[in-house]
Design a protein around this ligand. Sequence first.
Ligand code: NAD
Length: 327
Amino acid sequence: MKLLVTGGAGFIGSCYVRALLDGRYPGYEDASVTVLDKLTYAGERTNLPDRHERLTFVEGDICDQHLLHELLPGHDAVLHFAAESHVDRSIADPSVFVRTNVVGTQNLLEACLRTGVERVVHISTDEVYGSISSGSWTEDWPLAPNSPYAASKAGSDLMARSYARTHGLDVSITRCSNNYGPYQHVEKLIPLFTTRLLNGETVPLYGDGSHVREWLHVTDHCEAVHLVLSKGRGGEIYNIGGGGERTNRQITELLLELTGATAEMVRHVTDRKGHDLRYSLDDSKIRDELGYAPAVDFEQGLGETVAWYRAHPDRWDQATADRGAAA
Ligand code: NAD
């Protein structure tokens, strides 16, 4: 079994690759993996082992057709994690989101088709559904993305769907809720707040902090992606949820407690433009069909995540200098 993982040097892709190389996915202990990653500001080569007999690392762009045609032959499956992923950046400069997320995904799907890759999993997000005040989204809910990031991911989902419908490409789409865990770039809420509080800096809370997200540990997300790869059906969408629903204010309070900081460290800042109020997924399809069940308790997982950032100041010292966009 030979897998190609795009975006495998990012937060979630690298978690998947580390688990695969550690033999944590039964039946895939001998699988070899090619990571294709452009190493943008969000990608870190050090998120992956320096050397491993089953790992090949290629620095490159999913928009590069020539490279894809060289690389893909011989791979049994592609897991497509690569994306521009930060909503605030998409509001400031959406063009790179369209390029990587929409054009890059189409490019990859076309190359998979032409080079005979048999299976593709396209990793997407609950943000494509928009915002929901009550209840939860099922997979057939209409797409109503509100940010340029979400719109570009919705575009990439529709591209994946079209390759399944038009060409019969065996591609499944996953839509997951917010992830947390180690190795996440410090621009995102949990690592941003954690590292600032550990540094004795204030944290910028958007609006009144009432925005609700469902937080899933990154290892649970990766387990679910692997289930979809090995047992999921082509042309189908699988929601991946099951994390705890919490407001940003509740997350902030937990982080204050875990870092030993006080409430004065919270600064209220003008809300993000078009900020979605609530996300909530109905994930009964992946539970019933594929036997998915998240394993990590939120409070324990969050405590371990804070401990990881505390133990790895070298990982975020440099990046903290460059995080004005999110703050
Ligand atoms: P990330 O920003 O941490 O990592 C993205 C990776 O893609 C980086 O390593 C980057 O270098 C690489 N990349 C970017 N553009 C590329 C290009 N043109 N060619 C090749 N590589 C490129 O993102 P993440 O949080 O790990 O998210 C991974 C996927 O999961 C994304 O598709 C995202 O939409 C989706 N997702 C994320 C979350 C979340 O909470 N982080 C939740 C649901 C879904």
